[in-house]
Write a protein that binds this ligand. Structure first.
Ligand SMILES: C[S@@+](CC[C@H](N)C(=O)[O-])C[C@H]1O[C@@H](n2cnc3c(N)ncnc32)[C@H](O)[C@@H]1O
Length: 305
């Protein structure tokens, strides 16, 4: 397969490079913005699981670039990820794990007493291929993002977060319905139909009376008993309203390359990758015992002795 093959198979991958986005995921947020106008008037936003940074680029383009130098001083965008990413204008970076309470505290510190109007999370755990396990891990990451939102989101604020529609995701939806007046599922056309990926779009945040922000996964016991019932008992299936973005381009289709097509490299290669630690450890491992002899056949065996 040549290097142009992915450009044919994935129109959003090709367009991302042409338009200067670091990842094709940019189109998912752009399509959410076109549908829900979540960025209108927003000056404070949190991008969780942000690397390599295409969603932060979208935030910067809408919230920072169009403003005057004085207005830009009011803009606060923070991008959080365990991996490093190249700088983006107007975006403060925090290298941290979103499942840790200390991360929520660092974000709050950055906002210096103010709250965010928007929290977005495109987080994905390392996929194992075991669908139920992957969906469960994704659900937990989404709950971690919601937990951070309960600390930092202002009344009336919005949230967008990636979800895998599989397994028992209803208990996660139930949590969103507690904190937001309006919750739906969004499927951008940049997300393949064949993928179980979708996005929870939650609007009109409202911290219920008596709720003290906490980690909703590890400190579930802090929640009132009547809230825990639908989570701990056999949960009812919750079907959220479903909104699909119908664009002209189909993420599952192969598009021929135009005559004036020119191959372009990725806009920004990842600075660090999750597998780097593993590679480093492999290089450091030394074999302490006698080397292993590989014997290919009885004849080889006989020749060697
Ligand atoms: C699909 S990528 C995000 C793409 C990004 N939205 C963009 O547009 O460029 C998923 C990211 O989630 C991050 N991630 C996964 N688990 C995390 C965690 N517990 N804390 C912080 N980041 C995490 C990974 O490091 C990875 O960079």
């Amino acid at each position: 397969m040549g290097r142009t093959s992915k450009d044919k198979r994935d129109i959003f991958y090709r367009l991302a490079k042409q338009q200067g986005w670091r990842a094709r995921s940019a189109f998912k947020l752009l399509q959410a913005e076109e549908t829900f106008h979540l960025l209108d008037g927003v000056t404070r936003a949190v991008d969780l699981c942000a690397a390599p940074g295409s969603w932060s680029q979208v935030l910067s383009k809408h919230m920072y670039e169009p403003r005057t130098p004085e207005e830009r001083e009011q803009v606060k965008i923070i991008a959080v990820d365990m991996q490093g990413m190249a700088p983006i204008d107007g975006v403060k970076q925090l290298r941290a794990d979103i499942t840790k309470e200390s991360t929520a505290k660092e974000i709050i510190e950055y906002f210096g007493g103010q709250k965010a109007q928007l929290v977005i999370s495109d987080g994905a755990p390392d996929v194992t291929g075991q669908h139920d396990r992957d969906a469960y891990m994704q659900g937990q990451l989404l709950l971690a993002a919601l937990s951070i939102a309960t600390y930092i989101l202002e009344e009336g604020g919005s949230f967008v977060g990636k979800v895998y529609r599989a397994g028992d995701i209803s208990s996660v939806y139930a949590q969103f319905q507690r904190f937001f007046k309006d919750v739906c599922l969004f499927k951008p056309s940049a997300s393949r139909n064949s993928s179980i990926e979708a996005f929870v779009v939650a609007r009109q945040f409202n911290l219920p009376d008596g709720h003290i922000p906490c980690n909703l996964i590890t400190e579930w016991y802090n929640q009132p008993t009547e809230w825990l019932k639908p989570i701990t008992q056999e949960p009812k299936q919750i079907n959220l309203p479903f909104v699909a973005y119908k664009g002209d381009l189909d993420a599952d289709r192969t598009y021929e390359l135009d005559e004036d097509y020119k191959y372009e490299e990725a806009v920004q290669k990842p600075l660090t990758a999750a597998y780097q630690d593993v590679l480093k450890k492999t290089r450091e491992v030394s074999i302490k015992y006698n080397s292993i002899k590989i014997i290919h056949s009885e004849v080889d065996n006989a020749n060697q002795t």
